[in-house]
Design a protein around this ligand. Sequence first.
Ligand SMILES: *Cc1c(COP(=O)(O)O)cnc(C)c1O
Length: 350
Amino acid sequence: MSVQTRPDLGSLPAYVAGRTVPGAIKLASNECPGGPLPSVRAAIAEAAADVHRYPDMGVTALADRLARKFGFPVERIAVGCGSVALCQQLTQALCVPGDEVVFAWRSFEAYPIVTQIAGATSVKVPLDSSHAHDLDAMLAAITPRTKLIFVCNPNNPTGTVSRREDLVRFLDQVPPHVVVALDEAYREFVADPDVPDGMEFARTRDNVVVLRTFSKAYGLAGLRVGYLVGPESLTEMVRRVYIPFSVNSLAQIAAMASLDAEDEMRERCAEIITERQRVADELTAAGYEVPETQANFVWLPLGEKALEFAEHSLANKVVVRAFAGDGVRITISTRAENDAFLQAACSFTG
Ligand SMILES: *Cc1c(COP(=O)(O)O)cnc(C)c1O
C-alpha cells in the first residue's frame, strides 16, 4: 500500500509568492525598499556569533518589550515566525473540523490556506463595490459554527480600510464567543486618523486579537517575525501550538533593534505615504480606477486584464502581483522605482 496523505489536502491552495526576476524591479511582495536599517543590520551581524545556541523558546525579551510598548500584560502577547504563522496558530487554537472561519474576499491569501489546514471551512464574503470589507455582510455570514473572523485592515491586496465607527458597530454585534482577528500588517502606513489602532479594541474587548508583523514597515520580511495581542486564555493556546524555536535568534534580536529605531522607520513610512499619493494620482490621471489605499501598495481592479497588465509590466522590467481575473497589486517603493512602474502603466494599451 502506498503512502496515504490527508485526502482533504488535495484541494489546499498553494501560497503564491511575489516573483523575483533578475534584473527587474520587484514591486510584488509589499516589501520595504532600502534594506534593513543600519543599526538593525549591525545588531544582526553581532548576533550571528551566537547562532550555535538555540533561540529563547519563549521569545521572552521581545514579548516583554512589546508588552511594555503597548501596555499589556506579557501573557497577552504571542510572538510567531511571521504573522502568517500566527494566523495558522490562531485557527489551530480555535477550530475543529466543521468550524467556520469568515473573511473578506479578496483578502490575504493565507486565510483560506490556514483555515483548511486546521480542517475548518472558509466562508468568503465578497468585498463591497469600493473594494472594502462589507462588514454587514460579514455579520450576516456568522453561523453557530463560526469561530473566527479575519478583518484585514488595511486590506491586502486592495489597500482599503474599515473605519472606527463601522468597526465599533461591527464588533458590537459579533457574538462574544466569536474571535475577531484584526490583521494590521500595514498599520504603520495608515495616515487616516479615522482608521482605529486595533490595540484600542484589544484593550477593551475580550474577543479581539490584533496581528502585527516586522516584515513590512520594519523591513524584516526575510527574518520572519510577527506578534499577536489577544485575550490571555486564547493567547496561551496560540503559544501552545507554536512550532518550538521557530522564531529564530537573529529575528528576535533584529525585532528588538527595530523597535529601538522606530523614528527612522516612521520617516521611511512617511516617504512611502507621500509616494503612495503621487502614484495613485498619476494612475488616476492616466485613467485607471484606483481604490483609496492606506497601505504600502495600490490596487488596480483590472478584472480580466490583470494578467495582461502584469505581463506588460514585466516586459518593462517591473514585477507586480496579479490576481487572475481580479486585479493587480503594486508595492510602493522609491521614487525611481515607482516612476519605472508608472511609465509601464501609462504605456499599457490593453
Ligand atoms: C504580509 C502580511 C502578513 C504577514 O507577514 P509575515 O511576513 O508572515 O509576518 C500578514 N497579513 C497580511 C495581510 C500581510 O499582507
